[in-house]
Ligand binder design. Structure first.
Ligand code: NAD
Length: 468
């Protein structure tokens, strides 16, 4: 079947998956889910060369980055899931409480049913197939809606999926906002959306019409804080890596740096040295991805122009050539500047000095809760204070972005940066309905059924004394 992209084709694809949902609940067991995940992993390896070519065409992403930030995370998700799936699928026993004495209680994970996975352009393979691993592991079918801004990767995903899975299990709807909105009008059992907070609100409003549950993996301005006792070389290395991988087009990239004034100059020198070593000078480094399209390139140039016009100082970089933006450092950023309000999502890094830890904490807490927060310092009291006084979806201490790759850590945001979590068992649970099942063995509760006299009355009095 062709990829559904018109409204009728989308409704037909949804209906085909819905028609099989009841049967799938019984027939899509451990062995079938395992086999689906193995097929998914084979599919990726089989098309590795085409994946590299599609990424090169869409945004010149270096092959090494395609391997470790697109392919390997999906493969790790498959491997980790295959290792633990049997245990995750098992009903979990929970102990009895007083009113449930004489019963056995279990939590039975069930497939939610027909799921919609909408993904963004910045990690178009990872963020489309990663959630699919959890979705299939939990026994669901899925319609995938990859981003229209990476057309080569989206077309390849559509072709690979059509070759690998029957459309009543997994299919791809290619297209932009219109296709997305046609999908969102349907009564899916779960929507897993990765993208911007602005579109996240549209998705949640649409889901509310059908009371569809959602996982929203959103973005925001993730800060990195460099304390007075930070290992400066280490901080510069990790911040440069987290910021400039994928040319800053990473949801968990450090958006800006808050650095203690006493170490600012040393930190800047280390950061410049790091950038020169990794990317050379000027725009166009082969180790740096391109900006996804001309619009986003212009948006980033506009952010820089607006900041400079309002008094920001360019510290280094600023070169632009053929959708490649040189790693750029700026300072003297103020709240009137767009760059201080908007998620930057590109290789421009504002550096903001602070004198006291409380100033840095206040700066974080004055903004919507971020997706990630990074703190660098050798002094545990400093890092603990920052972690205790702020909140964010996830956090890294003396590193950046790596928490994404830990399969036993829940990945997600908080409020403005997201709702719900994914990865590993958390992803499996996001795509499962946890059904509470209480089975009667010898429950004495009928002894307190009405009329409330005699024994019933005495037992209720006893329970009151016991629990009161
Ligand atoms: P986006 O929100 O513009 O688009 C995401 C998806 O939504 C795309 O498939 C797009 O076609 C669709 N879409 C766009 N407008 C729509 C509308 N009006 N109605 C319905 N659907 C619509 O996001 P993007 O630009 O592709 O990605 C960048 C954003 O995603 C950043 O904010 C980034 O932080 C965030 N992000 C978050 C994570 C995470 O895991 N939390 C990962 C990557 C990116």
């Amino acid at each position: 079947m062709d990829s559904p992209s018109t409204s009728d084709a989308i409704s037909a694809a949804f209906a085909a998956q819905r028609a099989k949902a009841d049967e799938r609940r019984l027939a899509f067991g451990y062995a079938e889910r395992r086999s689906a995940l193995e097929k998914l992993s084979d599919m990726v390896w089989r098309h590795e060369a085409e994946i590299f070519a599609a990424f090169a065409a869409d945004f010149g992403k270096p092959e090494a980055e395609v391997i470790f930030s697109e392919i390997l995370p999906v493969m790790q998700e498959v491997r980790h899931t295959l290792k633990h799936l049997r245990r995750w699928m098992k009903p979990r026993r929970v102990p009895a409480s007083l009113p449930s004495f004489g019963t056995s209680a279990r939590i039975m994970p069930q497939p939610r049913g027909v799921c919609l996975i909408i993904s963004p352009w910045n990690y178009p393979l990872n963020l489309c197939l990663g959630p699919l691993v959890s979705c299939l592991a939990a026994g669901n079918s899925a319609i995938l809606k990859p981003s229209e801004l990476t057309p080569s990767v989206s077309a390849l995903i559509a072709r690979m999926i059509a070759e690998t899975f029957p459309p009543d299990l997994v299919t791809v709807a290619e297209g932009g906002k219109d296709v997305s909105q046609a999908l969102l009008s349907l009564p899916f059992d779960h929507i897993f959306f990765t993208g911007s907070p602005a579109v996240g609100k549209i998705v949640m409003a649409a889901a509310a019409k059908n009371l569809t549950s959602v996982t929203l993996e959103l973005g925001g301005k993730s800060p990195a804080i460099v304390g007075p006792d930070a290992d400066i070389g280490q901080a510069a290395k990790w911040i440069a890596f987290g910021k400039f991988i994928n040319a800053g087009q990473t949801c968990i990239a450090p958006d800006h740096v808050l650095v203690h004034a006493s170490v600012k100059e040393r930190f800047l020198a280390a950061l410049r040295e790091r950038i020169a070593k990794a990317y050379g000078s000027g725009a166009g480094s082969p180790h740096l991805a391109r900006i996804v399209n001309d619009n986003h390139t212009r948006r980033l140039e506009g952010l820089l122009e607006d900041a400079k016009a309002k008094g920001a100082r360019l510290l280094s970089g600023g070169g632009v050539k053929d959708r490649s933006i040189e790693p750029t450092l700026i300072e003297a950023v103020t709240p009137e500047m767009e760059i201080d309000r908007e998620e930057i999502f590109g290789p421009i890094l504002p550096i903001i000095a602070f004198d006291d830890i409380e100033q840095a904490i206040a700066n974080v807490n004055a903004r919507p809760k971020p997706l990630s927060l990074y703190v660098f310092d050798r002094n545990g009291a400093f890092t603990d204070r920052v972690l205790a006084a702020t909140t964010s979806g996830g956090a890294g201490v003396n590193l950046t972005v790596l928490h994404f790759a830990h399969p036993d850590l829940p990945f997600g945001g908080v409020n403005h940066s997201g709702i719900g979590v994914s990865h590993g068992e958390y992803g499996f649970r996001a795509f499962s309905h946890e059904r509470a099942v209480l089975r009667n063995r010898f429950s004495p509760v009928p002894l307190v059924f009405p009329p409330y006299e005699g024994m019933a009355k005495r037992l209720i009095g006893l329970a009151k004394r016991f629990l009161g």
